[in-house]
Design a protein. Sequence first.
Length: 341
Amino acid sequence: MLLVCLGLLILACGVTGAGPSSYVLNLVGQIATFGILAISLDIIWGYAGILSLGHGLFFAIGGYVVAMHMVKVGYLSTGAQPDFMVFMGWSDLPFYYAGFEFAPYALLVAICVSALVAFVIGYSAFRARVVGVYFSIITQAFVYIAMLLMFRNDTGFGGNNGMTGFSTLLSWPLAERRTVAFLAAISVLCTALLLFAMARLVTSRFGQMLVAIRDDEARLRFLGRETLWVKLGIWTLSAILATLAGVLYVPQVGIVNPRVLAPDLSLEIAVWVAIGGRGSLSGALLGAIVISTLKFILTAVAPDLWPFILSALVLFVVVMLSNGLSDLPGMFATKVRKMAR
């Protein structure tokens, strides 16, 4: 409910022109997309026990696809060639940009590509019963492979410099404060909607099956329950949610490059969930909000200290809070009851 109110408030700021600066609204929008990323990982790690260290891959798929859409629209409307076309000496966009001027088509491509990639990875690993750290290593390897591919200049995705210079999205000028506010509001409202939907999912019979897989998959198989398609379904859904986060993120930052495929981003998503509380969707969201906010502040004030501060936070949570920040209310309530006695 709080997220819905925040989203509507930001939407009102966009309509009226009042409220925080574009910079603050943009930060809120970015953090909301990180919240979606954290939720997408928590539904597989916290509830199914499947730790992915490669969710940056699906985040990047969404980001690159929406960038392709904005590049194609800009090229058709102004005739100005994007930087990577000038660098490569191309006279036209590659053939696989066909149809990307239509936003619904681009969104459909993003969903289908991420679902297909997730299916291939998941089916291969789950059918072979690859679990635990081995699955995590596989997902990290796919991220690294994709990063190396995107560094190539002849892929049509901008190479090392990536794609930038976007001017509009759905005919909205990205530089206008109103557009910044609308994108931030959409990101926050999408986060609220997905938090509600995933909370319903994990408390359903399907969610109970996920928890059973996490706790003792071998026993389920012994009892005759097929776990392959359950794991594959939640894994693919998680990938699609991460892709949606990328679709919302890139228009707000105005650039996408192979940096989004760096292994440390995928590791950072896991840190958000661990600090917020694995197996608690609201905790995972809280972890993403807290850590991302601290990162924005401290990298501006003391950039050299941020990695050490993050490491200290991780150690504190691991040692003192087994379930992350979601443990704090219970610990506080216990201390209050003891004091009351």
